[in-house]
Design a protein around this ligand. Sequence first.
Ligand SMILES: [Zn+2]
Length: 217
Amino acid sequence: MKNIMFIAPPAAGKGTQAELVVSKYNLPHISTGDILREISKEDSEVGNYVRETLASGNLVKDEITYKLIEERLKKDDCKNGYIIDGFPRNLDQAREYDKILQDLGYEVGNVILINIDEKTLENRIVGRRLCEDCGAIYNINDPKSSPKVESVCDNCGGKLYQRTDDNLESFQTRYQMYLEKTAPIIDYYKKQNVLHEVDGDDTVENVFAKIDEIIKK
Ligand SMILES: [Zn+2]
C-alpha cells in the first residue's frame, strides 16, 4: 500500500476524506497536531518544551517537529503505508519531508489534491450550521443539505448554530494562507509525478469513490 498525503484548501472536506480512507484501509493517520499533543504529555526535555510552547501559543521549532515526525514514521505500523495530514504545509517542509522519506527508505506515495474553487468553499463555510445537541452539519447555501425547518435540526429538533470562525473574514485569511504557503507544494509534487487531482465539488461519497480509485491503482 502506498503512502497517502492530502492537499486541500480550507473546508474542502480533507478531514472527512482522510477518516474514510483510514477506516476502509486501516491505515495509521499521522497528523502533526496529534504528534505534538501526544509528546506534550511526556515528562521529558522535548515533552516539556512542546507543552510550554503550545501553552504559550507559539509554534514549535521546525527541527523538533521534523524529528518527531521521523520518529513516528519509523514505527512498525507505518511500514505498510500511512496517511499524513497537516504536513508539509510549505515548500521548505516538503523538501525536509523528502529527506525524512529518504532516510527511512519510504516513498512519498500518492499526493491527492482535493480541488474546489474559492467561491464554492466560501458558500460552504459561510452557510455551515451545526446542531448544538447532536452535532449534525447542515448548509443553508446548499438546498441538498439545508434543514427542513430554518435553524432546527432534522434529526433531533435541536437548535442550529454557526461556529464563530465560520465567517467570511476568517475564511479569506485561511484561503490566502493556503494560496501563499501550500499552493507551491502542489507544483513541487506535480514535478515528481505523484500528484493526483480530484474534483471536490461533489458529495462526500462521490469524492471518496474518486480517491479510492487512485488508491487502488
Ligand atoms: Zn440534532
